[in-house]
Design a protein around this ligand. Structure first.
Ligand SMILES: Nc1ncnc2c1ncn2[C@@H]1O[C@H](COP(=O)(O)OP(=O)(O)O)[C@@H](O)[C@H]1O
Ligand SMILES: [Mg+2]
Length: 244
């Protein structure tokens, strides 16, 4: 099992956070100690996905980066036991402090190692922001394995070349490709070949576009609400092909 798993996509809205969060819950249900960290400080989503409401005085990744807390203080224990989350920030104001004063990027990888040690983690999942911001580049450079999430359209083919150029520069050789939001869970053979060629690795799972997930506005995660859904079968495939 890799210790640090980064989930990335070239474009936003591809399903990175959904994949990261649902995988973490499935793994924790199997007894794995897993933390998922929201490295998208500009547009965080794990707090919403997990229903975390950081109260007054709560800490986040940004608070750690500006030196206001230790990374361990920014960890929220969740259900099932053994599952933890680090939210990106607790207020919009805190991001101003970060962008005005800047921060030491080395704190990111140092923090990841500290989390693994302090919480005895089997796996730390880093949910990234699209693009080349320092948090994303560091997450890609610090991971043992990278999951690249792609959609099943021609824009994904354009993004693939740029993603590959970056991953090659960063030395991410342990890559896995997941296609998300495939209409009817299908992709054409020609598209598969082109996407796999561009990424230089096979597609490990094709996740269907699922209106139930797109409209999921209730409590809890999709894997908990619909444990026998084909989409959850796809998440399990990612675990057995990429994580274990
Ligand atoms: N397979 C899917 N089918 C339908 N909707 C999905 C699927 N995966 C993700 N979504 C929805 O797409 C939106 C963007 O997903 P998100 O995980 O936030 O993407 P990203 O983190 O890449 O920006 C969310 O509303 C999410 O519920
Ligand atoms: Mg996201």
């Amino acid at each position: 099992m890799p210790q640090v798993l980064t989930v990335h996509s070239y474009r936003g809205g591809t399903g990175k956070s959904s994949v990261a969060a649902n995988l973490s819950v499935l793994l924790a249900k199997e007894g794995c100690r897993v933390a998922v960290l929201d490295a998208d400080i500009h547009a965080p989503s794990l707090d919403t996905i997990f229903g975390i409401n950081p109260g007054p005085g709560a800490c986040s990744l940004v608070d750690y980066l500006v030196g206001e807390c230790e990374i361990e203080d920014a960890v929220f224990p969740l259900e099932p036991p053994g599952l933890f989350a680090v939210v990106a920030r607790t207020s919009v104001a805190s991001i101003n402090a970060l962008t005005t004063s800047g921060y030491d990027v080395g704190l990111l990888s140092e923090g990841y190692l500290r989390l693994i040690g302090a919480f005895g983690l089997d796996l730390l999942i880093l949910d990234t922001r699209t693009g080349l911001c320092p948090e994303t580049v560091t997450a890609m450079a610090s991971c043992d394995r990278l999951i690249v999430v792609s959609r099943a359209d021609r824009l994904a083919l354009v993004g693939a070349s740029e993603t590959m150029a970056l991953t090659n520069r960063l030395g991410c050789s342990e890559r896995a490709l997941v296609v998300n939001m495939a209409p009817d869970g299908q992709i054409g053979e020609d598209f598969r070949r082109r996407l796999e060629d561009l990424h230089g690795c096979p597609i490990e799972a094709i996740l269907p576009y699922e209106p139930l997930l797109a409209a999921h506005d209730g409590e809890g995660l999709f894997v908990t609400a619909h444990p026998n859904h084909p989409l959850v079968t796809g998440f399990r495939r990612i675990i057995s092909a990429v994580i274990k």
